[in-house]
Design a protein. Structure first.
Length: 238
């Protein structure tokens, strides 16, 4: 299930975005839900509940404003792709860098939004699942929901959304060999991380979910280059 949030204080613009999404997804086979909000606080109240994959924000929205709202999303456990919708191109530079996938001017939305959705959905649905044994049997998990995988006390655990799941597999390497997704890095003999959830990387330390993970000195250059490449790819549509 892909969850999409639209936060805009103009109901007409919300309906327009909703209709474009519906038409764009008519021939798709995946399930999705669209959640609409005319107040930023209402959106924030439900943000963690639905674990949004895509969020549309108006840069000018009530007392919060879309840029401030996007910064708050960065502090969450599950940072979505953000698409800013605005009437003023001058605001775009102020919002740059906050996990923004695309900026679209309102008078160009009918042309640009379908193309943007098609590209973004390909990212969200390609190589989507990892199947691994756990205490609950075979788990089929979406890559986008896996934060990191950890080897601890001769056991392997996975941080999946807000859950910590034990996996019944013999080694971290076997887990990594099963992963068909370029967002994951085998950091050291204890951690595999999903680069989508890295909060910062500096001085040989990765911070993910407020957990500090040391990068071995011999791997730092390669890890930095991989993360830089990942970041550039992620933002190349901006």
């Amino acid at each position: 299930m892909i969850h999409i949030g639209i936060c805009d204080d103009n109901k007409y613009d919300i309906n327009k975005i909703h209709n474009i999404i519906t038409i764009s997804f008519m021939d798709k086979t995946f399930e999705y839900q669209i959640h609409e909000y005319t107040f930023s606080q209402s959106f924030l109240d439900e943000f963690e509940q639905y674990v949004f994959d895509i969020v549309f924000l108006d840069i000018e929205i009530d007392e919060q404003d879309g840029i401030s709202l996007s910064k708050k999303l960065q502090e969450s456990q599950n940072v979505p792709y953000i698409i800013f919708i605005t009437s003023h191109s001058s605001f775009m530079k102020d919002a740059f860098g906050y996990n923004v996938y695309k900026y679209i001017l309102k008078d160009e939305i009918e042309v640009l939004l379908p193309k943007t959705l098609d590209s973004l959905i390909n990212k969200l649905t390609q190589n989507t699942q990892l199947i691994l044994p756990s205490e609950e049997g075979q788990l089929s998990l979406l890559y986008k929901d896996i934060h990191y995988i950890e080897y601890e006390d001769r056991k392997i655990f996975m941080k999946h959304k807000n859950q910590y799941i034990q996996l019944y597999i013999s080694s971290l390497k076997k887990v990594f060999d099963s992963i068909d997704n370029s967002a994951f890095i085998y950091i050291n003999n204890r951690y595999i991380v999903n680069m989508h959830y890295i909060q910062s990387m500096k001085e040989g330390i990765i911070i993910i979910d407020n957990l500090e993970i040391e990068i071995p000195k011999g791997k730092r250059k390669d890890v930095y280059q991989m993360y830089q490449k990942f970041t550039l790819e992620k933002y190349k549509h901006v």
